[in-house]
Design a protein around this ligand. Structure first.
Ligand code: FVH
Length: 303
């Protein structure tokens, strides 16, 4: 398997220039290909609907007539299509033997089990495999805020990191190919929790006729920022299983349902907060009222 030779030094460009194939030119695949072109890499693109390649060809990409031809032109193969059914079709049915000796980086969203199975199937075709999770929207690709998680072959990550850096900051999360999607989904779970809290707060403020934007910038964002500083300590409690109270025990936090009561009184649904409140109450009922909130995790997942 080739893990070291994809990036070669190009005397004219003065930097690392790689031959990269990008399979899938939706919003994200197009942004990925554009970022590679902007770094001066040799990019061959393929999309099921060929017309979507036109803009990239104008920017210097070569358009392949088949998946196998795109793969044959590259050392590094980036796949970013809608789902794993598409990935399976492209890599196993259409690329097949052309994958031998290549490195496949699959940036299509899926489950950890999908990634592990794909790693095995790609290895059987003679290629090295990295699975990836993109923590960015297309407009962020290539910018300072974009983070991409990778898992699978560490040798492939080390060899191709200079090229993958075109997309954003790459973080290798482990040799188990399923770890990138697991971390990706965990980050999204955290994000949706924050968005849910924001929606509830915004509805409460609006129900009182107050401007949400001013509340958000002057009060909510600084408050969440301050609260996020407690997450590492909560995480350490979860890792150790020791939830000894450090100042704000759980019984105190659920002594009354002020948030739910005031919401309902103001005509605001408390349905985003209610599950969290119910879990905290249950944890107290189970005899853990003198502990910190982090112990609620035990109701979600028993170690
Ligand atoms: N866009 C985003 O904000 C998120 C950010 C985080 C990562 N996701 C994941 O990236 C994958 C691709 O997402 P996308 O935004 O590029 O999606 P679309 O613009 O809808 O383009 C879909 C492309 O997939 C091709 N495709 C679909 N099915 C097949 C198939 N069976 N065989 C071959 N290609 C297929 C589609 O082709 P076409 O419709 O143009 O012919 C597009 O190229 C995705 O996993 C996100 O969850 C994006």
């Amino acid at each position: 398997m080739s893990t070291t030779s994809a990036a070669s030094r190009d005397a004219d460009a003065g930097g690392v220039v790689a031959s990269v194939a990008v399979l899938g030119l939706g919003a994200m695949g197009t942004a990925l290909a554009d970022a590679l072109l902007a770094r001066g890499h040799r990019v061959t693109v393929w999309n099921r609907t060929p017309a979507k390649a036109a803009g990239l060809v104008e920017h210097g990409a070569r358009q392949a007539e088949s998946v196998a031809a795109a793969v044959a032109a590259a050392d590094l193969v980036i796949v970013c299509v809608l789902d794993y059914a598409g990935v399976t079709d492209l890599l196993e049915r259409q690329a097949g033997d052309a994958l031998k000796g290549r490195v496949v980086v699959n940036l299509t969203n899926g489950a950890p089990e999908d990634a592990r199975a794909m790693a095995e199937r790609v290895a059987a075709l003679g290629a090295d495999y990295l699975d990836g999770g993109i923590m960015a929207v297309p407009a962020m690709i290539g910018g300072p805020e974009a983070v991409l998680l990778y898992s699978g072959s560490s040798a492939a990550f080390t060899a191709h990191q200079p090229v993958l850096d075109a997309f954003g900051r790459g973080v290798f999360v482990g040799g188990d190919a399923g770890l990138a999607p697991l971390n990706d989904l965990s980050l999204l779970a955290g994000m949706y929790g924050m968005f849910g809290g924001f929606m509830h707060a915004a509805a409460l403020v609006r129900s009182a006729g107050r401007p949400v934007e001013e509340f958000t910038t002057t009060l909510l964002v600084p408050w969440l920022h301050a609260m996020s500083a407690s997450l590492p300590q909560m995480a350490a409690q979860i890792d150790s299983g020791d939830y000894s109270a450090t100042g704000s025990n759980l019984a105190m936090q659920v002594a009354n349902d002020s948030i739910g009561d005031v919401s309902r009184a103001q005509g605001v649904s408390a349905e985003l907060f209610a599950p969290m409140y119910a879990l905290m109450k249950r944890r107290v009922a189970d005899g853990h009222g003198d502990e910190d909130m982090a112990g609620v995790v035990e109701l979600l997942h028993k170690r």
